[in-house]
Design a protein around this ligand. Sequence first.
Ligand code: PLP
Length: 447
Amino acid sequence: MKTKAQTSVFHRDLVNTPKMVSHADGVHVWDADGNQYLDASSGGNVVISIGYGVEKVIDAMTEQARKVSFCGAFTSEPQEALAQQLAEFAPNGLDKVRFVSGGSEANETAIKLARHYHVESGNSEKYKIVGRWRSYHGNTLGALSATGHVLRRKNYLPMLLPFPHAAPPYQYRCQFCSERSSCTLQCADDVERLILNEGPESVAAFIAEPIVGAAAMGMVADPKYFSRVREICDKYDVLLIVDEVLSGMGRTGANFAIEHWNTRPDIITCGKGISSGYTPLGAVITTNEIHDAVRIGSGAFEHGFTYGGNPLSCAVGSAVLTYIQDNKLVENAATVGSYLQERVAQEIGGLDIVGEVSGKGMLCGIEIVADRETKEPFSPEIAIATRIARRTQELGVLINPSFSGNVDGYRGDRFGICPPLTFTREQVDETVDALGRAVREVREQVR
Ligand code: PLP
């Protein structure tokens, strides 16, 4: 007989086990000790888009559970309805939807779909995926191969596919242009350099987050970046996959963040906010052209996961998207999100340890530095971003710690403020007050 002390969850952080959640409502969460938090992190992982405990979603979920939760032998009304809704929500030309259970599965699917499309089109040598440094596409091995988050790749390097990575469009620490105002788009041209280096006949797709999440929270590319990337992709018959797992479903004040660049991708991947955390759900949205290449070709995309398109998650996704649209939450993310970006910049942007505040809508990133002139980061042992997030939490507000460290030349500490799309100006004020206090207190401790 095993004792309780022997058995436990194998948590990610085995030193600091997480607090126990008790319950949540709207934009508030309570831990098991009875402490209340304002959730400006969307559940810690930028998932909660419409807030907790929305009755309409719970009703849709229970109603569907009573009808049928799973039947992989058939399609279902919720799956067909959500595909329709998502295709309408997506940019023109992106009309076909494949469902999965989360972001890694969505990117894994996109990578394989890109390869499959080229095989069906008679270009069977094309298989490589060009990614970028300072990106995160998921922890499964294919998605991790495309990922450029050095810390998350480190232990698995021998197992990863040798996909090349382009320079990130990291305006604050640009390796090409020293001044923000003089972006020369060499980071976009780096994608072309890599394609030529690898041989265009071997490259299937380029994948990028329109606005970066975990690997560099709130990193925004120059306004001309994605149109240049699109030109490069077209020139070499390389598909453009945009990973909107974190930035999509309205978070940045547009349905999908790529719309800020007015560029049409070939494949969009979704996760997180698509179900607002009520059930696991992800999706891959693509063009009729890619769909037709498979339909008219072999007739089958030999790839899928057991729970992809399950009626329960699709009923939730459908209720969540309806709620986003009925309550004009994309518009709210744009207006209250601009207020969030302004308020964070006003409150802490002038402090000598704040390097940059960047992002769009409800996706705001902050980079902390030891020296604003040289942009020298703090020593990684200080883990300053994590300390700030912990102190903000003690003050009753949850934010997103993301990258603390100094790894393989990718240096710096960033964290995010990514609240649910329902956040009000008053809630932004409350968040910014706690953040300002936490940043000042931690600054005193490390100076
Ligand atoms: N892509 C992006 C941009 C993400 O932020 C994440 C998760 O943080 C993923 C993919 C992986 O998603 P999941 O953890 O649902 O597999």
